[in-house]
Design a protein around this ligand. Structure first.
Ligand SMILES: Cc1cc2nc3c(=O)[nH]c(=O)nc-3n(C[C@H](O)[C@H](O)[C@H](O)COP(=O)(O)O)c2cc1C
Length: 232
């Protein structure tokens, strides 16, 4: 048994060396600009191609997301991946029922409807069937220890939000597109996907390639001076 393994099994903190290579300043700047350019090219997509996406790509994106930092390292997330057409149809029908009520049944306040008007969305969600994969991320409100006793999770929303950010970035880096979709309320996802009571739906991600004729709303991103404050 190595020293860290001995410490882990004894419940003592265990440490390993962490020595990532330190890059020359010029390389860091180049990498930083490249990363920004790649991330700036990501857009939320609402029209998908039905072309299949290999399951391994989804597995890799989930594993990349699961590297996210999390409160007390509880990793309080569960990624439920769906390619079954019957289930996708059920999810679409349930989401459209909720969204129709929100958009047309008066559930969305006028201010909210005004805020999303530039995106041109409505209650129709065909992409929930067209996209080859739906990944529903659930937050684990609490977990279970080795004896099956309830254990507390910490900073669940923050942790799952960060994991979702990494998930979106990993998909984009692989050349896939997604949409951060939050049909409201989302309880129907827990029922259709038969999740246990400690899990709550957080975000629904349709995933695939953009349709050949996909379009995205023209939006601008805030410049640095509107998103950053400095004390130097
Ligand atoms: C938490 C969250 C919830 C969102 N919910 C929806 C949604 O339910 N439907 C939708 O069409 N877009 C949704 N979006 C996508 C935003 O509209 C989109 O990210 C924003 O317009 C910026 O566009 P971009 O992602 O292409 O940069 C959501 C985004 C976030 C972060």
């Amino acid at each position: 048994m190595t020293e860290p393994e001995r410490n882990l099994s004894s419940g003592q903190p265990a440490f390993v060396d962490y020595r990532p290579a330190r890059l020359p300043d010029a390389d860091m700047l180049r990498h930083g600009r490249d990363v920004l350019a790649r991330m700036d090219s990501r857009r939320s997509v609402r029209q998908f191609s039905p072309d299949p996406v290999p399951r391994e790509l989804i597995e890799l994106a989930i594993l990349a997301a699961s590297t996210a930092p999390s409160g007390a390292h509880r990793q309080p997330w569960r990624f439920v991946a769906v390619s079954d057409p019957v289930m996708k149809q059920q999810i679409r029908e349930a989401a459209e029922r909720e969204e129709r009520e929100s958009y047309e049944g008066g559930r969305m306040p006028a201010e909210w409807l005004r805020a999303i008007a530039p995106l041109g969305t409505d209650w129709h969600k065909p992409y929930l069937e067209t996209a080859p994969w739906l990944v529903v991320v659930f937050e684990e409100m609490y977990g279970f220890d080795a004896e099956g006793t309830r254990s507390k999770n910490y900073y669940v929303k923050e942790s799952v939000g960060i994991a979702c950010g990494l998930f979106i970035t990993a998909l984009h880096e692989m050349g896939l597109a997604t949409l951060t979709h939050t049909p409201s309320p989302m309880d129907f996802l827990a029922n259709i996907l038969q999740r246990p009571e400690n899990e709550r739906p957080f975000i629904l991600f349709p995933i695939g390639y953009p349709a050949a004729d996909a379009q995205v709303p023209m939006i601008e991103r805030k410049p640095l001076d509107e998103v950053a404050v400095w004390h130097t």
